[in-house]
Design a protein around this ligand. Structure first.
Ligand code: NDP
Length: 331
């Protein structure tokens, strides 16, 4: 498959270029707003061509586009690529407003191209083991969940995420979307109502660097989530609590295929068997299969729109100091 990259980004350099190539993809070109950055990036990653214009990249005649520019650019770039018949693999948050995300979904539908959102955690063997244990009934009826996704933003990422609202900075748009998606994957549902508080503690410059929320699900499950850019020593994890047992994932809210999953029930703690796999490689593999099988990717544009809807509700709740009903725009 012939791929193009829109955005000469860190995430592509650290994970996605390898994931695309591991799935047999050929990266034909990269688009960057900066000539020098694009050229240097293409050379470093053995990409044949670099462009400043999206149209020039698309002129290469590509099968798929990976969009990892800053968040406010995704929509226009997606629409240009979808109009040229390219399947779309887009970074989260898809964009900054619900209406824009809905319109991105419609564009891909209209141009008959597949649309995936890069929520990588679903592809972690640890989370897949947790889901299997829930589905197999090992914890009985699920009652509550806790997500600790509080990190220290690495210095090389301390740019637009901290000070640029129009680029979609802030910890909520960055991390809460992932927490929403992983809980949707594990619980099979999305929250109806959220209540949240956010704060600026240490790094944020006008944008929140810490958030805590409680979400209510249609089944009655309550989930608590903590996202942060400023907690260097917290560790991370997820817990799903049921009537018969609890599942505890330690160090599983990460980009790496690491972490441990325990089942706690009947007074014992048992480690579940997990066979690690590259999260991004598995995600791209599903996207490629989806294209070949003419089906929607497992984590599609609708999933990306719903995770954005929840993040927007979290921000609104924090701002208004009230519970907020999540608006999914009819999805
Ligand atoms: P970066 O800050 O690394 O890159 C974003 C854009 O900034 C680039 O596309 C480029 O813009 C510009 N840029 C970066 N470095 C330079 C430079 N040296 N000179 C000039 N311009 C530069 O972003 P991230 O990789 O951190 O994030 C990109 C997207 O990926 C976001 O949507 C983010 O939310 C998402 N993301 C997703 C993750 C996941 O696990 N799914 C993890 C991390 C990020 P341009 O090419 O337009 O010129």
């Amino acid at each position: 498959m012939r791929w193009g990259l829109i955005g000469a980004s860190t995430i592509a350099a650290e994970w996605m270029i390898d994931a695309i190539r591991a799935n047999g993809g050929h990266i034909m070109g990269v688009q960057s707003g900066s000539i020098e950055h694009g050229k240097a990036y293409a050379e470093k990653h053995a990409i044949p061509e670099s462009f400043t214009s999206v149209d020039a990249l698309l002129d290469l005649g590509l099968d798929a586009i990976y969009i990892s520019s800053v968040n406010d650019k995704h929509k226009a770039q997606l629409e240009a690529a979808a109009a040229r018949g390219c399947h779309i693999y887009c970074e989260k948050p898809l964009t900054l407003t619900l209406q824009e995300a809905l319109s991105m979904v419609d564009s891909c539908k209209g141009f008959n191209v597949q649309f995936a959102t890069n929520h990588h955690l679903r592809w972690a063997a640890s989370h897949q083991a947790i889901r299997k244990a829930i589905v197999d009934g090992l914890i009985g009826e699920v009652r509550s969940a806790r997500v600790f996704h509080a990190v220290y933003l690495p210095p090389h990422l301390q740019g637009w995420r901290l000070d640029n609202p129009s680029a979609g900075g802030g910890v909520v748009l960055d991390i809460t979307v992932h927490n929403c998606d992983i809980l949707a994957f594990l619980l099979g549902e999305y929250p109806t109502t959220v209540t949240s508080m956010t704060d600026i503690k240490a790094l944020g410059q006008g944008l929140e660097d810490e958030a805590m929320s409680v979400w209510r699900y249609p089944s009655g499950v309550l989930a608590y989530t903590h996202e942060s850019f400023v907690t260097p020593h917290a560790g991370n994890g997820i817990e799903i609590h049921g009537s018969e047992g609890s599942l505890v994932g330690e160090n599983v809210m990460t980009q790496q295929p690491i972490g441990t999953v325990y089942l706690q029930r009947d007074g014992a703690r048992t480690e579940l068997t997990v066979s690690p796999q590259g999260l991004y490689t598995a995600a791209v593999a599903d996207f490629v299969s989806a294209i070949n099988e003419a089906r929607a990717p497992a984590c599609d544009g609708v999933a990306g729109t719903k995770s954005l809807a929840v993040a927007l509700a979290v921000l609104e709740s924090a701002q208004r100091g009230q519970h907020v009903k999540v608006n999914y725009g009819g999805l």
